[in-house]
Every structure is written in structure tokens, then in C-alpha cells.
Design a protein around this ligand. Structure first.
Ligand code: ARG
Length: 248
């Protein structure tokens, strides 16, 4: 940092974008001593900077991310948001920046060994996520065995309290949780037949001019090593950039 205080004139001209997130999804977006941090946060900051914008990041919660973008109140949504056809009807997405899949988190010793085993169990999910959708596919759309929560941390608390037999959510989130909370004694189950590959994108209001600018900036970061640097800081391994590029 230059540390000389005061923005340059060029800095001052930059437009500030309203970026919305649900900061209850570590390590992608979460609160650390009141500050919104995470892999997604570093990515959106770097991409915006590359594209020539400043960002103002607001922790709105999950449903408002979608509402604000639909109403064009916010400029960008970043929230480990899976790109899918249903959402594409209402929003625009950047090129993919992360590969994910749903997995199952259960207490150690659970008899749940696959997605199929969820059929006579109670499953906690975050409302309006691909995890909910996947579980609905297994248990039925209106199944009373599906407990929906406003954020994923609440779904995990339900599992902890014994009110659910499993949580279904994005692999990285529950893998990190299980690793960082060994006393909870949760284990993660993968089921590649039941849960598809998903890709996260930055989300924009439909027709936003930012899509093109952000795609260009994100590609620059994928190519120049900045993406890999951020990825490495959070996940301690190198990303598979090619798998993202192949999706474009
Ligand atoms: N990837 C999933 C989806 O798009 C879950 C994302 C939840 N993100 C969050 N910040 N709570 O539906």
C-alpha cells in the first residue's frame, strides 16, 4: 500500500457498485469481527477493480440478493450462486469462477451413506438453494421431511440440535465446517450420481452492461494468475482454471 492517504483523481472518478451477498456461507462469504470476508469477496473486489469500479458490499441475506438484482437496486450479487437455466431467465451471470457440487453432512456413525438413504430422513437445507432443489428431487417437492432455513448456518445448527438427520449444501462449505468444528463430529458424504457439477457466477440484473465488462476482467484474472493467487490463499491448493475456461 502506498499509505500516503487520499485517493488519486482517477480513483475518485470510479463508480461505486452495490454488491449484495449472504455472508453466512464460509469460506465464500462470512462475517469476521463484523467484516464481510471470504473467497467470493476477494474475487468480486479484484474483478471490480480490474474492470475499473469500486464496490460497496452489503450483507443483505440470501433472498434479498435475488430481489435486489431483480429490481435492479443492486449491481452485482456474489454469494456462491450457482449458474442455472432457471435463474438465467431472470438474471445475467458472469463466466464461471468456481466449481462446486452438493454433498451431504451427517453425524459420525449415521446410517446415511448415499443420497438414496435420505429418503426416510429429515434433511435441513438453506431455502431457495440448489441444495433444496436436489433434496426435493429425492424426497418430493412438498415433503415435510425437508426443513428449510433462511441461511445455511441455521441448517447446520438444526443438525447439531438433532432436529435433522443431514444437511445438504455446497461441498466446500460443509467440508470446511466439518474440518473446523471437529467436536461436532460431522462427516461428509459425496454422491456423484445424485448431485451434479455446478458452477458459481457473479450475478447481474438482466441486461446489465456490467456482464461484458466483468467477464473481460474475470478472464484477465484467470489468465494473469491473480485468480490463482486468491484461490490459493483460501484453499491452499492451485485451482483448475481450465475446467472453468472450458465452460465458457
Ligand atoms: N450454490 C448454491 C445455490 O446457488 C448455494 C449458495 C448459497 N450461498 C449463500 N451465500 N448462502 O443455490
Amino acid at each position: 500500500t502506498s499509505g500516503n492517504g487520499g485517493d488519486s483523481d482517477k480513483e475518485k472518478e470510479k463508480k461505486t457498485l452495490r454488491v449484495v451477498t449472504d455472508a453466512a456461507y464460509a469460506p465464500f462469504e462470512y462475517l469476521d469481527k463484523g467484516e464481510i470476508v471470504g473467497f467470493d469477496i476477494d474475487i468480486v473486489k479484484a474483478v471490480a477493480e480490474e474492470a475499473g469500479y469500486k464496490v460497496d458490499i452489503a450483507n443483505t441475506g440470501w433472498d434479498p440478493v435475488f430481489l435486489e438484482l431483480e429490481k435492479k437496486i443492486a449491481d452485482v450479487g456474489v454469494s456462491a450462486i450457482t449458474i442455472n437455466d432457471d435463474r438465467k431467465k431472470t438474471y445475467d451471470f458472469s463466466v464461471p469462477y468456481f466449481l462446486s457440487t452438493n454433498k451431504i453432512m451427517v453425524p459420525e456413525g449415521s446410517d446415511i451413506k448415499s443420497a438414496e438413504d435420505l429418503k426416510d430422513k429429515t434433511v435441513a437445507v438453506q431455502n431457495a438453494t440448489t441444495g433444496q432443489e436436489a433434496v426435493e428431487g429425492l424426497l418430493g417437492k412438498n415433503s415435510s421431511q425437508i426443513k428449510k432455513f433462511e441461511n445455511n448456518n441455521l441448517a447446520i445448527l438444526e443438525l447439531k440440535a438433532g432436529g435433522a438427520d443431514a444437511v445438504v449444501a455446497d461441498n466446500t462449505v460443509i467440508e470446511e465446517y466439518a474440518k473446523n468444528n471437529p467436536n461436532d463430529k460431522f462427516v461428509i458424504i459425496e454422491d456423484k450420481d445424485a448431485f451434479a457439477q455446478e458452477f458459481y457466477g457473479l450475478m447481474f440484473p438482466k441486461g446489465s452492461a456490467l456482464k461484458v465488462e466483468f467477464d473481460k476482467a474475470l478472464n484477465e484474472l484467470l489468465d494473469n494468475g491473480t485468480y490463482a493467487k486468491i484461490y490459493n490463499e483460501w484453499f491452499k491448493v492451485d485451482p483448475d482454471v481450465q475446467i472453468l475456461k472450458d465452460q465458457q
